[in-house]
Design a binder for this molecule. Structure first.
Ligand code: 7TS
Length: 423
């Protein structure tokens, strides 16, 4: 039985691909060979979650069959191996985000938990009555509700950067909102409902001029582009493993060490302490202070494998491939009579949202599903975006590294079927 560290990244993945070989890549994802309703699966719901390559599946299998053990506590052989693999994945995550130190990488359940951690730990310690927190009008609910909870707890106010009709942030409005009461800024790097890539570096620079820390919700950015937290100079960065071809239930919170050091723990329990007495408890050093309890060890190791996989293919190639797909799909969908694309920002990644005159998005989703095409229809956990555009919901196509132009053609055919049925 192979152990985690003995699983090779297949040579095919290691080759420096002059040409992005999507056919070869698809072979790494057995689920893509599935049929749905008797039709070949066309999986275009990658913003919700991505499929997993065999490297990740094999790694999980290897962990549970050859290495399963708790981390950081046993001195026995298996525990040491599990700990090495677990901490190895932290080093991979550090590299993935270009962080300067593994102490700045905290394992959490996902983007949602990462934002809640910052809101409750940083927020409750440093944000007070009358202070202001700025988010944007295109946030996922997980970057709205944790701040509303905090505001209720401490008496702070939420301020919202509006967006224009293309789904771009109004940066002059952001500048107007920033003031001496602003104590935190939290915005999406890429919008899950619109696909807009926000000018996050500029947002960080403007906020830092007033000494205001910035959290970037990278759930929809990390799968599609190279993220360099040092270059962005953001204070916190959050993303979910399951959207970057890793397991569910695991994600990363990056935080600048200086801030994480100053923050109180989010949860108490095992592993996050150095000494416990009934009089006083001393907390563990970073990042363990924020990792109470037995972590999702398999998830962490699986995420490490997903990062290996993405690195082996190369983020530059992935970005270029997906940009091409998005441009192709936009070109194919735009001319369809009655179809309106929601989210037409100049900078977009991964996501194409649309509505079809006279057809509810759920009906679009249901009919295309019968054709084997998986898309998402709904408010995408971004209800304020729907309100801004005056629609109850949208149909959303979102791309992953394994999608093809032929799949986009399949989608277009399925949309014509929708028009046939409802037209
Ligand atoms: N932030 C953004 C921008 C997201 O797109 C999502 C999930 C989250 C946060 C929350 O991530 P989680 O892994 O903690 O749930 N977005 C979606 C979506 O667009 N469809 O399903 C989940």
């Amino acid at each position: 039985m192979k152990a985690v560290h003995e699983i090779p990244v297949r040579d095919a993945w290691k080759t420096d691909r002059a040409a992005y070989d999507v056919t070869k890549i698809r072979e790494d994802f057995p689920i893509l060979k599935r049929k749905v309703h008797g039709k070949p699966l066309v999986y275009l719901d990658n913003a919700a979650t991505t499929q997993k390559p065999m490297l990740v599946v094999d790694t999980l299998h290897a962990y549970y069959t050859a290495e399963n053990s708790n981390v950081h506590r046993g001195i026995h052989f298996l525990s040491e191996q599990a700990t090495t693999a677990y901490e190895g994945a932290r080093a991979k995550a550090k590299g993935f985000l270009d962080a300067s130190d593994t102490r700045e990488i905290v394992f959490v359940r996902g983007t949602t938990e990462a934002i809640n951690l910052v809101a409750q730990s940083y927020g409750r310690a440093f944000i007070k009555q009358g202070d202001e927190i700025i988010i944007s009008a295109m946030e996922h609910h997980s970057n709205i509700v944790p701040w509303q909870i905090l505001c209720e707890q401490v008496g702070a106010m939420l301020r919202v950067i509006p967006i224009n009709h293309d789904g771009e942030l109004l940066m002059n409005e952001f500048e107007r909102l920033l003031n001496e009461k602003t104590k935190f800024v939290s915005v999406a790097h890429v919008s899950n409902a619109l696909g807009t890539v926000n000018p996050v570096k500029e947002i960080v620079q403007m906020s830092h001029r007033l000494g205001v820390p910035v959290l970037l919700d990278g759930a929809q950015a990390a799968p599609h582009m190279k993220v360099d937290v040092q270059e962005l100079d953001c204070d916190f960065y959050a993303f979910s493993g399951h959207k970057v071809y890793g397991p569910t239930g695991i994600g990363i919170l990056y935080g600048k060490a200086r801030l994480l050091e100053a923050m109180p723990p989010y949860q108490g329990g095992g592993d996050m302490i150095s000494l416990v007495t009934f009089e006083k408890t001393h907390y563990n050093e970073l990042p363990y202070k924020f990792e109470a309890g037995t972590p999702h060890i398999a998830g962490v190791i699986g995420l490490g494998a997903a990062i290996d996989y993405v690195n082996a293919i190369g983020m530059a190639g992935i970005s270029a491939h997906e940009r091409e797909l998005l441009a192709y799909a936009t070109g194919e969908l735009s001319p369809i009579a009655g179809l309106r694309i929601i989210g037409t920002a100049r900078e977009k990644a991964g996501v194409l949202s649309f509505v079809l005159e006279g057809v509810h998005p759920h009906d679009i989703g249901t009919v295309v599903d019968r054709e084997g095409v998986a898309i998402r229809a709904g408010h995408h956990c971004a209800m304020p975006v729907m309100q801004r555009f005056g629609v109850p919901a949208t149909a959303r196509v979102s791309f992953g590294l394994y999608n093809t132009k032929e799949e986009v053609d399949g989608l277009v055919k399925a949309i014509h079927k929708v028009i046939q049925v409802f037209g």
